[in-house]
Design a protein around this ligand. Structure first.
Ligand SMILES: [Zn+2]
Length: 264
């Protein structure tokens, strides 16, 4: 994890990513193992911000899509991506990463995009270019599994799983995180008890709530969009107040590796 702490990241909880450095660092992975492509640019105050895709070149069966930085102020997922790429060794899973999904939010350290919209509420109306891009990449790449990387105010790490994530796999993922040294949350950020710790599975209540949401407020998150398509998705929520950057990033790196192993 030490490599994370070089010139492009300033230490501590005020760590701010320089998005030009970040994009350059991701582009440096373009080569034999990965193809890095600018999928789109979004503009804010006359400045263009790239949204990149990184796709592994090795021929493989299943496709794993990772969404990093849907919420620009939750940067652990962005910080994790270089480590995910360095560690990536699967020849049985094709890795597709979109990073940062919300580059304007990341540059401003804001949850929202340039239009002050929450991209993760826009998977019904597709009013934002960022949600449209994710939709188009999903249509093109046909992922077998989706991971979206987030951070939250709770103690410990947990994951939301939609109903297409098999329960034994979800439990194994929690165990893998725990084995890697990640502290799993006993409660989610709504205060609901998690049993086993770390896992917020899909439930009839959550699904009913999501349905009400989509009909009344016309909002939908990526996890609901994936569910509509029959695709398993996990939304990882690590604590934003981690002791150090390595602790902050670890669950994201470990989850991607564990899912790749689990679906291979
Ligand atoms: Zn989030």
């Amino acid at each position: 994890m030490e490599k994370l702490l070089d010139a492009d990241v300033k230490r501590g909880h005020e760590a701010v990513l320089d998005m030009d450095c970040y994009a350059a660092r991701i582009r440096a992975f373009d080569g034999e193992r990965f193809a890095v492509v600018t999928e789109a640019t979004v503009t804010d105050r006359e400045r263009a911000h790239p949204i990149l895709s990184v796709i592994s070149r090795a021929p493989a069966g299943k496709t794993l899509l990772v969404l990093a930085g849907v919420h620009g102020d939750e940067q652990a997922g962005l910080l994790a991506i270089p480590h995910v790429l360095e560690a990536w060794s699967s020849e049985r899973v094709r890795l597709v990463i979109i990073t940062p999904v919300n580059p304007v939010g990341a540059a401003r350290r804001s949850r929202f995009n340039a239009q002050r919209r929450d991209i993760n509420r826009d998977f019904l109306r597709f009013a934002t270019p960022e949600a449209r891009l994710v939709r188009d990449v999903m249509a093109r790449e046909k992922p077998d599994f989706v991971i979206s990387l987030h951070e939250g105010p709770q103690d410990g790490t947990f994951m939301f799983a939609n109903r297409f994530v098999p329960t034994p796999l979800a439990r194994a993922l929690c165990e893998a995180l725990s084995l890697g040294g990640t502290k799993l949350a006993k409660r989610d950020y709504f205060g609901r008890r998690l049993d086993p710790p770390g896992l917020a599975p899909s439930s009839a209540t959550v699904r009913a709530l999501t349905t009400v949401w989509s009909f009344t407020l016309r909002v939908k998150a990526t996890i609901g969009y994936s569910e509509d398509r029959g695709t398993p998705e996990i939304v990882l929520e690590s604590p934003s107040r981690s002791a150090d950057d390595a602790t902050r990033v670890r669950p994201h790196v470990d989850l991607v590796a564990a899912v790749a192993a689990g679906i291979a």
